[in-house]
Each structure stands twice: as C-alpha cells, then as structure tokens.
Design a protein around this ligand. Structure first.
Ligand SMILES: *Cc1c(COP(=O)(O)O)cnc(C)c1O
Length: 383
C-alpha cells in the first residue's frame, strides 16, 4: 500500500487529520496544543472526568487493586468492584443485569457479533460507526434506513426473515437529536426483532441520568439490549450493556470482545461508581440543570444567528456547513480566537454535511457561552 499517495488524497479532499496534545484535565477551558482555549468539544458534560470525588475514588481503587486487572475477567481478572459496578448500572437502566466492556466501540462490535450472526441488522443511517462495523463483523446482512424514518424501516422489515435486529443510537452523537424510540420499540415487538439502543450520550444526562430509554418512557422490556459508555458523561473509560440475566450470561460465553480481552483497570470501575453516586445525587441534578441552561443559552443564540438546532435538550449542537473545507476554515477561525470547536468531516458524518460539533458542559459560564456566540457571529463568513 502506498501510504503517501493515500495521505495526499485525504489532504486534497480536506480530510487530513492531526493529533493535538492536550495538557491538563478536561475543563471548560483546556490547554490544547500549548494554548489555553475555551473547550466546546468534550463529552465530559457534567465535569465528572475531573471531579475531585471521582478522582479520589480512582486513587482509592489504585491503592486497593493496583493498576492493571492482570487478565481477562474469565481467567483471574474479575475484580469484585466490577460486580458492584454492574449491579449499579443494571439498576440505573432498570435491567436485571449488566456486563462491562473495555470501550463503547469494542462493546458494540462484541454485542452485534454475539447477538446478530447471519441475521439482518437494521441501522439508522446516522448510527455510530461501531454499530455499523459490528453488523459487518457479525456477518449479518446490514440494512441502513433513512435517519429516524420508522415508516421506511417498517416497509423494509417485512421483507426479511428472522433473526432481525434493530440497532440505533439513543442520542445521535454528531447530530444531537433523539431516536424515535417508542416507534422503534413497537416495530421491534411487531416483527419479533431484537432492539439494541446505544445510549453513549444519553447516559448520565437524559431521564434524570438514566438515559434516553427512560426519558422516552420505555423500560428494559421494551429495549432488551441497552448499551452505554463510561467515557462520556460518566467521565471515565469503559462501556456496558444492561439487559436480562440470560442476555448477560450468554454474552459471557459468546461475546468475543468480552472473552478475549483484559478486564478494565479496576480503579476505572471505582471511578465510575463514584460518578454514578454523583449522577444520582442532588449535585447531579444541579449539574444537569446547569447543563440544560447552558444548552438552552447556546441554542437560542445559534437560532438568533440563523443556525437551525435540534429541539431535543441534548448538549450536542451541530453547525452543519457542508463541505469539509468550509468546516475546517470555520473551526480554524474560531481556534485563532481561542475557541476549540473541531470540524467533523466524512467519514464521521455523511458527505456534504461537514460541521462543527459544539458540546456544552455544566461548567461553562453564561459569559463563556456568550463569548462563543460573539465569535461565531464574527467568523461565520469563514464558512
Ligand atoms: C462515543 C460513542 C461510542 C464509542 O464509545 P467509546 O467508549 O468512546 O469507545 C459508541 N457509540 C456512540 C453513539 C458514541 O457516541
């Protein structure tokens, strides 16, 4: 393979990417490439990644277990704290049981490989890449329906034989809108399909912290496979699935992305437990309240500037500008003014929908949000 010519082609298409080192924690301000900038890019929505109580719990976990788990869970890496965390996650999701995974990407690959082999997997067009890749890895027939188009999906579903799986993001990670979960649950029931909801961005944020399934008024019976991550609002690293005891028991045998990999560092589980305590507390409710206020302030300002934003109270606000070059130019103009709002381009989003993806945090101040809006007004011609 000629790497150089491939890189050249990516550069020519405006798709060249670079890694920029960050110093220090994921706060409302961040030291990015050696410069202090206002951070509009982190999924650390509630500030738990650097919350003193969470950091202290990780420190305690390190004292208790050391750093690494030493082996896969099924060998000798099954630290007791994983069981405690799984019980808490199951309760959060109203499910019987939960199972931890190394990361959300790995979890989705493992789930679909184990649950949908040789069947048909229906994916929303804007699903996270890990769901698409998981369906491919499973050797399933992958059918992509138009974004949130439950009518189109209903038409497709009748045409395929069992086993059927519907896999969807609960909150779409690059668009900040919600999946039509009640309609999807009804379709899954009617067609005897398994429904998998990836709630990476809803967990900790929506439905009082319980996520988008709960926020939609649905239960673990409606959504038998609830996936979530520990790396976004919960501020750490890792992922989980919550569902029936049988589901979890089966995955312990069948999910290769569980069986053949070293367990998480136990201290990461200790940190996640502390994060869940905060999410369930009055402090968590207050953090979510501030997050909603910040989101509302930024959304109202964007609408006033003529940028349409999704209606759902989700801390992800996409500014779709179209071409990759324009998205990069706008992002660069903002960075020059001290605002970190990375361009999101294909293959992360569909061709022609390159954007800035702005995320708000509970730790942003109203004054910081107003400065972002002023900068966007100044820079919009760059796009
Ligand atoms: C971030 C994300 C993932 C991947 O989770 P990681 O823990 O970062 O690997 C999966 N699905 C969605 C919708 C995501 O936004």
């Amino acid at each position: 393979m000629n790497f150089q010519s491939r890189l050249e082609a990516l550069r020519a298409a405006g798709r060249k990417r670079t890694l920029t080192p960050v110093d220090g924690p994921q706060g409302a301000e961040i030291v990015f490439g050696g410069r202090r900038v206002l951070n509009l890019a982190s999924n650390n929505y509630l500030g738990l990644a650097n919350h003193p109580t969470v950091v202290e719990a990780v420190r305690w976990g390190l004292e208790e277990w050391g750093f690494g788990a030493g082996a896969a869970r099924l060998i000798c890496g099954d630290a007791r704290v994983f069981h405690q965390l799984e019980e808490r996650l199951a309760a959060l999701k109203g499910a019987e049981a939960a199972l931890l995974f190394g990361s959300g990407y790995q979890c989705n690959l493992a789930l679909l490989q184990a649950l949908a082999p040789e069947g048909t997997v229906f994916c929303d067009r804007l699903n996270h890449a890990s769901l698409i890749d998981g369906a491919r890895l499973a050797g399933a027939s992958l059918k992509v329906y138009r974004h949130a188009d439950t009518q189109g999906l209903a038409g497709m579903m009748g045409r395929y034989g069992a086993p059927l799986t519907i896999a969807t993001d609960g909150v779409f990670s690059m668009d900040g809108d919600l999946a039509p979960l009640p309609e999807l649950a009804a379709l899954a029931r009617r067609h005897h399909a398994l429904l998998l909801v990836d709630d990476a961005h809803g967990t900790g944020v929506l439905g009082g912290g319980r996520g988008s399934v709960h926020a939609a008024g649905l239960t673990a019976e409606d959504v038998p496979v609830q996936m979530g991550t520990l790396g976004k609002a919960l501020g750490g690293y890792g992922a989980f699935v919550a569902g029936s005891r049988e589901l979890v028991d089966y995955l312990i045998h069948a999910a290769r992305g569980f069986v053949f990999t070293t367990a998480l560092p136990p201290a990461a589980a200790a940190g996640a437990l502390a994060a869940l305590d905060i999410v369930a507390s009055d402090e968590g409710a207050a953090l979510r309240g501030r997050l909603r206020e910040n989101r509302a302030r930024l959304a109202a300002g964007l609408v006033a500037l003529g940028w349409p934003v999704p209606a759902a109270p989700v801390p992800i606000l996409p500014l779709v500008v179209g071409s990759a070059e324009r998205a990069v130019a706008l992002s660069r103009a903002l960075l020059e003014r001290g605002f970190l709002a990375p361009a999101v381009r294909p293959p992360t989003v569909p061709e022609g929908t390159s954007r800035l993806r702005l995320t708000v945090m509970s730790s942003h101040t109203p004054e910081q949000i107003d400065r972002v809006l002023a900068a966007l007004e100044e820079c919009r011609d760059a796009a």
